[in-house]
Design a protein around this ligand. Structure first.
Ligand code: NAD
Ligand code: UDP
Length: 335
């Protein structure tokens, strides 16, 4: 079975490639490297100990997409390609709508033409907007607070409409919570451009001394210690969720949505403490103002994924912190 991984050179895609290959699938990576580095491929090959097929392709360009589908016998697509920075999406919304929606439409059109019926989509917990209650279940109301979130919301709607129109399709929407950590080898991980927006890459760069201090955005939320609570999931667990989703898509038709999280909420201070303890390093921090658009608390009810896909996250917070730190130390040498 040949799986096309759009955005396969990125943080989640590269880890997903490994898990798919370990499970016996052939993988083709398609990426325009707008937010990843070409040398990720070499490091991926070092981990899996074989060559990986890669196309440098922009999924917003239909001709390029058609060419890829005409050359390769693709059985299924996992569509991860997309722009993902919330703040940036507020500054350049049109680029986000164009990139994230056009690429999905192009892939779906090519799938229709070449009779590919299996599709897994990278969605996000951001589609739950400001949660009225936690843990979040898949059938809870959705809404968004920024253009990035709306691109996920709109893509989900497109997929529902396309599924209604074509009963042969099998579509799985995965709503990720907060992936952190890295592959155990330390050869791949998250390597954000510029100053990181997300908590864990910020912490690892403070721990190396590259950044002086972590600003904790608010300690007056209605949470156990006042800092924001999220559902952090090891990226390798998330990657394994894609393997289960693909297996499920081959056995079922229609459309289904699954939360991929651990079901546990950790505060920012929990993460700082766990990181310091796991790695025996200090993470100096200051309490700063709340970040615009942040919510107090967000964590998953992932029981549907457990029941239907037979998937649950296995790695604990300590392992996430250790692997994130291991990757950061390798990453310094690579950059
Ligand atoms: P990433 O930026 O590391 O990976 C995305 C990859 O897609 C990059 O390699 C980028 O170069 C590529 N890409 C972007 N637009 C493209 C295009 N038009 N054509 C070809 N390639 C293109 O991001 P990630 O963290 O691995 O996220 C993967 C997916 O999961 C994204 O769709 C993201 O929105 C979604 N997601 C991520 C998170 C998270 O916290 N990381 C949470 C929820 C959902
Ligand atoms: N956060 C923080 N300082 C940072 C980055 C993030 O205090 O430099 C907090 C943020 O307010 C939120 C949590 O860490 O409560 C997770 O933020 P992240 O951006 O990683 O994920 P998201 O908010 O998108 O779930």
């Amino acid at each position: 079975m040949k799986i096309l991984l759009t955005g396969g050179a990125g943080y989640i895609g590269s880890h997903t490639a490994i898990e798919l290959i370990n499970a016996g699938y052939d993988v083709i990576i398609g990426d325009n490297f707008s937010n990843s580095k070409r040398d990720v491929i070499g490091r991926l090959e070092e981990i899996i100990k074989k060559e990986i097929q890669v196309y440098e392709i922009d999924f917003t360009n239909y001709e390029e997409v058609d060419k890829l589908f005409s050359k390769e016998e693709i059985d299924a697509v996992i569509h991860l390609a997309g722009l993902k920075a919330v703040g940036e999406s507020c500054s350049i919304p049109l680029e986000y709508y164009r990139n994230n929606i056009e690429s999905t439409i192009n892939v779906l059109n090519a799938m229709k033409k070449y009779k590919v019926n299996n599709f897994v989509f990278s969605s996000s917990a951001t589609v739950y907007g400001v949660p009225k209650a936690v843990p979040l279940k898949e059938d809870m109301p959705t809404s968004c607070t920024n253009p990035y979130g709306w691109t996920k919301y709109m893509n989900e709607q497109i997929l529902m409409d396309v599924s209604n129109a074509n009963p042969n399709l099998s579509i799985v929407i995965l709503r990720y919570f907060n992936p952190i950590g890295a592959h155990e080898s330390g050869l791949i991980g998250e390597d954000p451009n510029g100053i990181p927006n997300n908590l864990m890459p910020y912490i690892t760069q403070v721990a190396t001394g590259k950044l002086p201090v972590l600003s904790i955005f608010g300690n007056d939320y209605p949470t156990k210690d006042g800092t924001g609570v999220r559902d952090y999931i090891h990226v390798v667990d998330l990657a394994k969720g894609h393997v289960r989703a693909i297996e499920y898509s081959f056995k079922n038709r229609g459309i289904d949505i699954f939360n991929l999280g651990t079901g546990k909420g950790y505060s920012v201070l929990d993460i700082v403490n766990a990181f310091e303890e796991a790695n025996n390093v200090k993470v100096p921090y200051v309490i700063a103002d709340r970040r615009a658009g942040d919510i107090a608390e967000c964590y998953a009810d992932s029981s549907k994924a457990e029941k239907v896909l037979g998937w649950h996250a296995e790695n604990d917070l300590r392992k996430m912190c250790k692997d994130a730190w291991n990757w950061q130390q390798h990453c310094i040498k690579l950059n």
